[in-house]
Design a protein around this ligand. Structure first.
Ligand SMILES: Cc1cc2nc3c(=O)[nH]c(=O)nc-3n(C[C@H](O)[C@H](O)[C@H](O)COP(=O)(O)OP(=O)(O)OC[C@H]3O[C@@H](n4cnc5c(N)ncnc54)[C@H](O)[C@@H]3O)c2cc1C
Length: 449
């Protein structure tokens, strides 16, 4: 049996693991923290705008397992809030154990508190060449990952060999980047001080990663929301959130700061309403739709008099920085210049979102398994939103302003494109038919060979 090694257990890594395991591969998922889902533990918004279409395309292609969980654990469905329609909000307090159980039931070996720190290439004993693969070079093969794994209170070195590798380590932090280009470690869910920094495996293998920028060409972009402990909000606000899933509380004029919108990753939320109001969504916690908010000022807003941040803990001051290490890849999600290394999630492009991570991670995991089995790699066609997004984000890298653009089914330039191309639909039957016409119905579950 071939072995697929996946580094990084966020939504993208979990999706890759589901696909590889379901295709009969020995699947090992390594995760530096003690939790799966990474940033998925602090998000929760699904099915808003074009994400509905993308979720249904994935389901029709046979990658419905994770959407089944997010749908089942959504405490609010069909929520409309400024700029967004028909959102589902999953309970961020309940999602991780369910995903963990799914992966375990599929036989995925999950190694927690295990951090990839380097790449060993195919030639025995030789370190990875630290040079960018060039056009015409023979593709490189990864042989193993060097790991630091927890052993009691210490970390020890280990080597993990595999046949095909998937990198889904995300693009957030680590602390040095958050300090240099943000305003310090905000103590986010990735908990670098406790579990060690994210490591870019493509960079370790010699490739040059891309670093996203925010306005003014400053590296990285702030994560776009924080979590407040819901029980610290006024009873009235808690009731409103539990009933409607969302609340918009107008800000006093002196606290309206439209400049903050341009710092955000999530340009789909860079709308005036998000500067003029405090917008909160009920994801089990109260999801505050702004990168950070001075606590003293926040507590002057009605309903927030006793507010306490629960992620990032320093949400009164700052947030994590993302898009620090995006790898280059082809339409099969294979890292450019490598034969057996695939990328998914934020590692694979300037993508924003859980649905986007599941979409790219599923394709990466599927193609990793295909590579191991010696079959034909799958490319998703641009007649589907999922395929179109993957291509569009890739093509955009050669265009103007490439490092400042972000791609999500949920809004901004890509959702506009979905609408213009007629790709946006909320009719599951129509979406299923489109997938069938593309010859991809249940493709992800068809035996390889
Ligand atoms: C505060 C916040 C709120 C958000 N809200 C939403 C939302 O409501 N809806 C939505 O769709 N999107 C939301 N997003 C965006 C979305 O969460 C991300 O785009 C998506 O989840 C990224 O998934 P990923 O798997 O690519 O990366 P990540 O979630 O970053 O996962 C990467 C994983 O790799 C692990 N890792 C890193 N380095 C190593 C290593 N060297 N070895 C082993 N493991 C490693 C990390 O610990 C992590 O678990 C939000 C993001 C943030 C930060």
């Amino acid at each position: 049996m071939s072995k697929i090694v996946i580094a990084g257990g966020g939504w993208a890594g979990c999706a890759a693991a589901v696909r590889a395991a379901k295709l009969g591969m020995e699947t090992v998922l390594i995760e530096k923290t003690d939790l799966l889902l990474g940033l998925g533990n602090v998000g929760g918004i699904m099915r808003n705008n074009g994400r509905f279409t993308a979720a249904e395309e994935n389901i029709a292609m046979g990658a419905g397992e994770l959407f089944e969980i997010t749908d089942r654990l959504s405490t609010h469905k069909n929520v409309d809030f400024p700029g967004h329609r028909h959102a589902s909000l999953y309970d961020t307090r309940a999602i991780e154990p369910e995903v963990r159980r799914l992966l375990q039931s599929l036989g995925v070996e999950i190694r927690f508190m295990c951090r990839a720190v380097d790449v060993i290439m195919d030639e025995e004993g030789k370190p990875a060449p630290r040079i960018q693969p060039a056009e015409g070079d023979a593709p490189r093969r990864v042989k193993a990952l060097k790991l630091m794994k927890a052993n009691g209170g210490h970390y020890i070195e280990d080597i993990l060999r595999g046949d095909v590798f998937v990198e889904t380590t995300g693009s957030t932090g680590p602390m040095g980047n958050c300090a240099r280009h943000g305003s310090g470690c905000a103590m986010c869910i990735l908990r670098c001080p406790a579990f060690g920094p994210r490591v870019s495996l493509t960079a370790k293998a010699g490739a040059c990663d891309l670093t996203g920028e925010r306005a003014g060409g400053v590296p990285g972009a702030f994560s776009g929301s924080c979590k407040i402990d819901k029980s610290t909000l006024s009873k009235k606000l808690q009731k409103k959130l539990e009933k409607d899933g969302f609340a918009a509380v107008p800000l006093p004029e002196h606290l309206v700061n439209p400049g903050k919108l341009s710092q955000k990753v999530c340009q789909q939320y860079a709308l005036p309403e998000f500067a003029e109001n405090v917008i909160v969504l009920d994801t089990g916690c109260a999801k505050l739709m702004t990168p950070f908010f001075n606590l003293e000022q926040l507590r002057t807003v009605e309903g927030f008099e006793n507010a306490m941040f629960s992620d990032p803990y320093a949400g009164g001051k700052s947030n994590s920085l993302r898009y620090m290490a995006v790898g280059e890849r082809d339409e099969f999600m294979r890292a450019r210049g490598f034969e057996n290394l695939f990328l998914g999630g934020e590692k694979s492009g300037f993508f924003v979102g859980h649905t986007e991570a599941i979409t790219t991670g599923s394709l990466a995991g599927y193609n990793a398994a295909v590579t191991a089995a010696g079959g034909h790699l799958l490319e998703l066609p641009d007649s589907l939103a999922t395929g179109d997004l993957i291509k569009y984000a890739q093509d955009a890298l050669t265009e103007e302003n490439a490092l400042q653009r972000r791609f999500t089914f949920a809004g901004g330039e890509y959702f506009r494109r979905m609408e213009e191309k007629g790709l946006y639909s909320t009719d599951p039957k129509k979406i299923k038919k489109r997938v069938k016409e593309a010859g991809l119905e249940n493709i992800y579950n068809k035996a390889l060979m």
